[in-house]
Design a protein around this ligand. Sequence first.
Ligand code: AMP
Ligand code: GLY
Length: 420
Amino acid sequence: MNILILGSGGREHALAWAVKQNPKCDRLIVAPGNAGIAQIADCATLDIENGGAVANFVEENAIDFVIIGPEAPLAKGVADRLRDAGILVFGPSEAAAELEASKNFTKEICVAANAPTAGYGHFTDAEAAKAYIRKEGAPIVVKADGLAAGKGVIVAMQEAEALAAVDDMFSGSFGGAGAEVVIEEFMDGEEASLFVLVDGEDILSIGTAQDHKRVGEGDTGPNTGGMGAYSPAPVLSAEIEQKALDEIVKPTMAEMANRGTPYQGVLYVGLMIKDGQPRLVEYNVRFGDPECQVLMMRLGAQAFDLMHAAAEGRLSDAQVNWAQDHAITIVMAANGYPGAYEKGSEIKALASLPEDSKNYVFHAGTKEDAGNILAVGGRVLNVTARGDTLQEARDRAYAMVESIDWPGGFYRRDIGWRAL
Ligand code: AMP
Ligand code: GLY
């Protein structure tokens, strides 16, 4: 098969790495890709948020299957445009992508499906939002309704902070995303993510993970897209996972199907777990980044068969062959991230690192220039390893990190601390 993956991050490098190992893959194109992806696949320039342009590219290149990595093309209906043209695609419709694109939509689905989540209010007016905050008190969580690149959530420990966040959102600091806000009950507990494939009807769990969102060691400092992740997440025991599937995922997916907008693709189920009870924090309509990197390293080539089965509506026959292993990824980011960061610094000594089924450096914001690898993004490398224990995987991942010569970058030294 000829396969096209849309995206350019570490997540898409990991997807490409897994797909490429499957004997069913004849040709792999990633658009737009990055310097690491270019070492294992063809990269193409393409406006991936333009469904018409992607459909034309698919026809011209005889692509049999499209895998959509990030949320932006999904929220813009690229999957619908491809399906209308009869193209096989992995990823939800624009209507189903509302599960990530609108926090209020997800809350309504949870209410309709009676799925455990934080209590909330939805507001289109700052004064009403502030009155709700004063009534509920802190801690409380203020969320811009729409997509805000992971920056639209303020977990306010003080009432004043929550009130200021409301003013901020209604004054337009999040653009259209903040014209509506959801204000939620603060949930205490431990966070973990569950990843499931959905084919419109059936659901298949493909693994659990935990990431480290804060930039600093000890989970301090500003939020980022994720500074590292590991799989499995020990807090998500088989029993709690089953509870999350039965009480949250199955009823909400049935509600989506009942509304005539069945979900197809991967569903990222963000959970808060307390006293053995999972509650939904959020849905994302794509793989997590960097969670995808650890999931792909554990699944390997079968990841392609599973995504293909989801796209073709064959999940009821599919199963995951699990190894009892652990994977971890350490994010190396450009100095300054998540604030303003340097661009263009050179990364050396990558070529000497092992590249096999247990050790791999996935690239995110990199570019090749005259044979040199340059950092051009905030999160730049995802140094990933797999082992029989998390400790073994972690030791190998950090040994790789330490041998990379990149003064322009930094990383956290404590990824996985909670699980160890
Ligand atoms: P979200 O984009 O909705 O996942 O929110 C980003 C992060 O904010 C989550 O990963 C949590 O760490 C935190 N968060 C969101 N909602 C809540 C909540 N209701 N209670 C506590 N923490 C939350
Ligand atoms: N690592 C968090 C996310 O992908 O949303």
